[in-house]
Ligand binder design. Sequence first.
Ligand code: SAM
Ligand code: SF4
Ligand code: SF4
Length: 337
Amino acid sequence: MLQDQLQRPLRDLRISVTDRCNFRCTYCMPFDHYDWIDKREILTYEEICRVVRLAVPLGVRKIRLTGGEPLVRRDLPDLVRQLAGIAGIEDIALTTNGSRLSGMAGALRDAGLRRINVSIDSLDPERFRRITKRGDLDDVLKGLFAAKETGLAPIKINAVIERCVNEEDILPLVEFGREHDFVMRFIEYMDVGTANAWRLERTVPKAEILERIGARYPLEPIGRGEGNAPAVDYAFRDGKGTVGIVASVTEPFCGTCSRGRLTADGRIVTCLFSRTGHDLKARLRSGTGDDEIREWMAAVWAGRTDRFSADRLHAIQSDDGYDPEQHDKIEMITLGG
Ligand code: SAM
Ligand code: SF4
Ligand code: SF4
């Protein structure tokens, strides 16, 4: 079985289908100006499917489509349908800001999508607008409920919690999830990319998020889904569902990280915090054969030593502390969250 230098297999492939986005979330891409990837450099659906077919023998079983905002890419259900037809792929999921979901949920479900994560950081329309800069909460909620009506399940809601920005949204989001049968997933604010000027003080640690929720709705720990999911899950003791917390900063999970990433412009990236990627597109577009590309992909994974979040925690706890500016990273919208 293919393993990296830390004995981690390759199981999941996160595919960024575009770097374009109709929101400008302050924690993700607070630029006024960003040079979008030239359309000709973006992988076609055919190229993406070829990569996935080559990745299955290496161990990949799960696909997550992301971006940028994946639903701004034209005909996304076509890609889902093609991916669903690839032997060996057991699970296709999507992460979206939900703004275009209401008109597309049915087509995505019919194409073979089963699981969906919708990002909603606040249920207060003004705060939602302030965080996303361009988002309209009503549109997103319409998309969320349209997805529910089509039978997509489970539907998870991702919320990034940032100090002094949306801490007071934690309980309303929990209550919303419990009422409508959505699974809330709270995400610690991370130093992805370099544009968000992240500082540790802005991260609300998992322990604090849990304390806020548990004080009102007592919780029972469940653990990580399949033992290696980014989120640690907790069940509400009253039986009304579960909540998950992704604690990349305070409880890193690099030891079990089986996630590779494919950027919209065709680079293989082995960590969310990578400085750079491995140029797969050049190989796809130069007539290189399948076997050679598969071997190259295997070699990239076999050489992987990434454990950025574990190292960051170590630095945070050391006397020198952690300086996010010491490390260049690919922006989140480019590599796919
Ligand atoms: N546009 C889609 C969306 O927002 O759901 C998909 C791409 S987005 C980059 C994927 C996820 O990354 C979202 O849930 C978003 O909230 C999360 N994210 C972005 N920047 C983050 C940060 N600095 N810290 C933690 N999560 C972040
Ligand atoms: Fe766009 Fe998603 Fe990033 Fe927000 S988090 S700016 S919706 S890619
Ligand atoms: Fe995986 Fe990198 Fe995140 Fe660690 S920091 S869990 S290696 S993506």
